[in-house]
Design a protein around this ligand. Structure first.
Ligand SMILES: [Zn+2]
Length: 264
């Protein structure tokens, strides 16, 4: 068994990398986007069937508008980096659900959910753009895929190679859901790593600036988020911890986001 694992690991190391046009970084991709996106899309459909989706209200339209503008900004960016087809397999969707939970997330492949509970903390459209930019940045940067790949590496010794191939097994499904940061809906939460959080903050602010929103709202939004702790930790803070150093970082990143936006 050990021998098989080692061989599999070697194959993974040689086959499992992907380069992101926005960061230029090469990252772990031991599970392909084909497989990951397919699981993500079916989970998203299931989520919408199980929740109250709001359609046609000014708030629902705002979520759509902000998402569409940020994706247009992302498309401009990858085209400028010479990879205009980078989002070929993404299927962007922006859904508002009736739920007082203070949360929002984006599954791999571009499936976004905002809960009505987060709207008061967003406060305005720039605030929505901060949250939207951050969440879609996790998807654009394939953070779910990297986390899954890390999990697969960890699991190799314990469960064996079959896990990586059994895309529809319940263990893999559970790992996928944890990897999304979707949270307690599926029985657990796992925070994104600090480096993934900073990267999503950075790229999210740049996307919103390219789309014409005010990147200064970034620090203010996460300050409001950190303050919204009445009655326990909001769901979104369990997967996206916010603290003073993060807020200072966002303040520092705002002028840089404006500079990037000026190129477009
Ligand atoms: Zn995050």
């Amino acid at each position: 068994m050990k021998k098989i694992n080692l061989l599999f690991l070697i194959i993974l190391v040689f086959s499992g990398c992907a380069t992101n046009p926005i960061t230029g970084k090469s990252t772990m991709a031991f599970i392909g986007n084909n497989e990951l996106f397919a699981m993500s899309f079916s989970q998203y459909t299931e989520f919408k069937n199980d929740n109250v989706v709001i359609i046609g209200t000014p708030e629902a339209e705002m979520i759509q508008r902000v998402g569409t503008k940020l994706v247009a900004a992302a498309n401009k960016w990858v085209a400028a980096e010479g990879d205009p087809n980078y989002f070929r397999d993404y299927r962007w969707e922006f859904t508002l659900v009736q739920d007082n939970t203070l949360n929002a997330w984006c599954m791999p492949g571009g499936k976004v959910v905002f809960y009505t509970g987060i709207l008061p903390v967003c406060l305005n459209e720039d605030g929505v753009a901060v949250v939207m930019g951050h969440e879609i940045a996790h998807a654009i940067l394939n953070h779910g895929q990297q986390r899954m790949s890390g999990n697969i590496l960890q699991q190799l010794g314990a469960i064996g190679v079959s896990l990586a191939f059994s895309g529809s097994s319940s263990e893999t499904q559970a790992l996928v859901m944890l990897a999304y940061g979707v949270g307690s809906q599926v029985g657990g939460t796992l925070p994104f790593s600090r480096s993934h959080e900073s990267e999503a903050d950075d790229i999210g602010l740049k996307l919103m600036a390219i789309a014409g929103y005010n990147p200064d709202e970034g620090a203010q939004l996460w300050q409001r988020m950190a303050a919204a702790t009445g009655g326990g930790t909001p769901e979104i803070l369990s997967t996206h911890p916010s603290n003073e150093s993060r807020i200072q970082n966002l303040r520092r990143l705002a002028p840089e986001a404006r500079q990037v936006a000026a190129r477009f």
